[in-house]
Ligand binder design. Structure first.
Ligand code: THG
Length: 280
């Protein structure tokens, strides 16, 4: 399965056979005070610095989230996207729970972007899927619905199937639906990672779609987060993860290593190139 995304100048193909495509997570104000204060002042210098650094370290797509308390995201989201696209050509993943902010952003974004996200709630599907169809976007579908988040992988799969079916009915192509099995903090639930891993395996086996996840979520509240995230990343890729949302500065080495080990990097070209270009 191939999902094609486009930025202002760059086209990226996410292929379910790999290699893995990294979606950079860092343009996200959660616990980034400096990002919040710069955005409040409409100063986009720091956002552009985060964008450039993530691309340098191997992100091929950038997640853009400007959610913080009190934000006017209908105004801010398109502005930040405009500033990023003026300088960088990569495709964007527009991360907002607000359909009005998403619509405002989609009116001005260039290329074919990824909407982050829709879920299985009736309200969400009714608001977001027509937007994806109208603006020709791909979409991330979260495996949760009106009943919340289930701990049973088969039920998460059933929600993915429900959203896929509805997307197809809306006129969205199968390859433009990317599933998020939901990665949650393992400090809060000892089974959290196992449930995610089994959901990934089922989705690959039954649907064959591309799969994303907010990989850094799993390590909230624990020491040595980078080690945990790296370990989880390698296992997730083996199970079928194809386009994680993660911090490239910390994760690209293990992603390239895992692709190499899985026979998706002839002559270790991508692995070697990563280390050479970043002088690691
Ligand atoms: N699924 C989808 N989209 C998502 C998520 C998901 N978007 C948001 C989030 N989850 C993924 N993005 C992040 C961004 C940052 C962090 C975790 C997930 C993070 N940040 C550090 C912290 O909080 O300590 C601070 C930044 C740093 O130093 O790197 O952990 O699940 N579809």
């Amino acid at each position: 399965m191939q999902t094609v995304l486009k930025g202002k100048t760059v086209e990226v193909i996410i292929d379910s056979k790999g290699p893995v495509v990294i979606i950079g997570e860092c343009i996200n104000p959660t616990r980034r005070k400096k990002l919040v204060s710069s955005l409040q002042e409409n100063d986009y210098g720091y956002v552009l610095e985060l964008a450039g650094r993530q691309i340098k370290y191997g992100a091929e797509i950038l997640d853009v989230n400007v959610g913080f308390p009190g934000v006017d995201d209908v105004k801010l989201l398109p502005e930040v996207i405009g500033a990023i696209q003026e300088k960088f050509g990569v495709p964007l993943c527009i991360d907002s729970p607000n359909p009005r902010a998403l619509e405002a952003a989609l009116k001005s974004v260039r290329g074919k972007c990824l909407i982050n996200s829709v879920n299985g709630e009736e309200k969400s599907m009714a608001a977001i899927l027509p937007l994806a169809r109208e603006f020709g976007c791909a979409i991330i579908a979260l495996c949760m619905d009106d009943d919340g988040i289930t701990h049973e992988p088969e039920k998460r799969l059933a929600i993915a199937e429900k959203i896929l079916e509805r997307a197809l009915k809306t006129g969205i192509k199968e390859e433009d639906v990317i599933i998020d099995p939901l990665a949650m903090a393992v400090s809060a639930d000892p089974q959290a990672c196992l449930v995610t891993l089994e959901t990934i395996r089922l989705i690959r086996q039954k649907l064959g779609l591309n799969i994303t996840q907010g990989s850094s979520n799993i390590s909230f509240g624990l020491p040595d987060r980078d080690m945990l995230n790296s370990s989880f990343m390698a296992i997730s890729i083996l199970n079928g993860l194809t386009c994680p949302i993660a911090n490239p500065e910390k994760i690209t080495s293990i992603v390239r290593a895992t692709d190499l080990i899985l026979g998706r990097d002839d002559y270790a070209m991508r692995y070697i190139e990563h280390f050479q270009s970043n002088e690691i």
